[in-house]
Design a protein around this ligand. Structure first.
Ligand code: HEM
Length: 347
């Protein structure tokens, strides 16, 4: 079993909210706001939350598998390049708990194995065996090779394609079972600019779309982070999933029910197959844990202040922001006073 605690990422430590590329070279470029300032080299994050991801993905799959995944003009070459990268890397990063022999993918934690045809996307010869989390997947049947690999990974998966002539790009495949209030079906077949059009303030980033897509395909791999404050810890916020407290009109800010949701995303290009793999791993951390010191409260407040009203609305924070900022203000000052020498001098 995977036993590491999930990393607590705090991208807000920069003290500013940005809608920009923010790409770090995977395995090479240090993440400036990480406490240890380290670079990160992994694509898949296998930790103590593994079972939670699988359980959530299985529930989404059982509710409506077709609402979360699909393909649009994915070539066999790009399917093979992306899926073989997923199978190989997931196994390599699993510490021996997953095995890929080029044909069969075995997961010793979920207790299932299948033969994958990576070029045409087939999944055949599914077998099941005793394993610690076998009950989670006992009643589910994977539909395609992408579906099987996606169910084995905590990360959501997407494939971007670009036409060899003309340079048009589009989202050619998606297996996104933990979306944050977007519907993968709205994005399939669309280009970078259309995918990002709903993002408030995405104009400048979208103006550089051809350069970004070129970088992602030809110059990666990269890692990037997106973040927000959510009022539920649920992973799956597909617009068609049953609603919960997050982004419900009547929800008020409550520090005991709030979460920092960070998405760690990686991008790996396959230039000869004219595309790239995009992975998305959400980290949902109770806000009190993510913001445990005044030194963390202040930059989060500053970052929220740096959002335009449109960005506040896009992030679902309009009704929460005044009380969230008041709470952060309290965290940023009260603790300082409590810990400060003047109160304890005894003079
Ligand atoms: C160079 C690559 C990429 C960059 C720089 C980028 C950047 C961004 C940024 C800055 C946001 C706004 C995040 C926020 O909420 O603060 C965003 C949102 C989003 N991105 Fe990307 N992104 C990239 C690739 C992709 C790809 C390949 C997909 C394909 C699935 C994607 C799907 C989305 C979606 C669905 C949203 C939310 C849009 C909505 O609310 O409907 N992104 N992205």
């Amino acid at each position: 079993m995977f036993s590491d605690p999930p990393t607590v990422y705090r991208p807000f430590m920069e003290g500013v909210y940005r809608v920009s590329a923010g790409l770090f070279r995977l395995g090479a470029q240090p993440i400036p706001w990480r406490e240890d300032g380290r670079a990160e080299g992994h694509t898949f994050a296998l930790d103590r939350d593994y079972g939670r991801f699988v359980a959530s993905k299985v529930a989404a799959h059982r509710r409506a598998a077709h609402e979360y995944q699909g393909e649009a003009g994915l070539t066999p070459e790009l399917r093979e390049a992306a899926l073989s990268h997923v199978a190989r890397t997931l196994a390599a990063e699993s510490g021996g708990l997953m095995i890929w022999d080029g044909r069969r993918f075995t997961n010793r934690t979920l207790g299932w194995a299948a033969e994958l045809g990576l070029r045409w996307g087939s999944v055949e010869g599914l077998t099941r065996f005793d394993a610690p989390l076998a009950s989670l997947v006992a009643e589910i049947a994977p539909l395609t090779a992408l579906d099987f690999l996606g169910l084995n990974a905590p990360e959501d998966l997407a494939v971007v394609a670009r036409a060899p002539e003309g340079g048009r790009d589009w989202l050619a495949a998606a297996h996104v079972l933990s979306p944050q209030h977007w519907d993968p079906r709205d994005k399939l077949g669309r280009d970078f600019v259309a995918v990002h059009a709903p993002v408030a303030g995405s104009g400048p980033m979208n103006a550089t779309a051809p350069r970004l897509v070129e970088a992602v395909i030809a110059r990666g791999p990269f890692v990037r982070f997106a973040w927000g404050v959510a009022m539920s810890g649920r992973l799956d916020h597909h617009p068609a999933a049953p609603p919960d407290a997050d982004r419900a009109g009547e929800t008020r800010f409550d520090p005991d029910r709030a979460f920092l949701r960070v998405e760690r995303q990686t991008l790996t290009g396959f230039p000869s197959a004219h595309g790239a793999l995009f992975t998305i791993r959400p980290y949902v951390c109770p806000l009190r844990e993510a913001v445990a010191t005044p030194e963390q409260a202040r930059p989060l407040a500053a970052a929220l202040h740096s959002m335009t009203p449109e960005q506040v609305a896009y992030k679902g924070l309009t009704h929460l922001l005044p009380e969230l900022l008041a709470w952060l203000d309290e965290q940023g000052t009260l603790k300082e006073a409590r810990g400060g020498p003047a109160l304890h001098s005894g003079a």
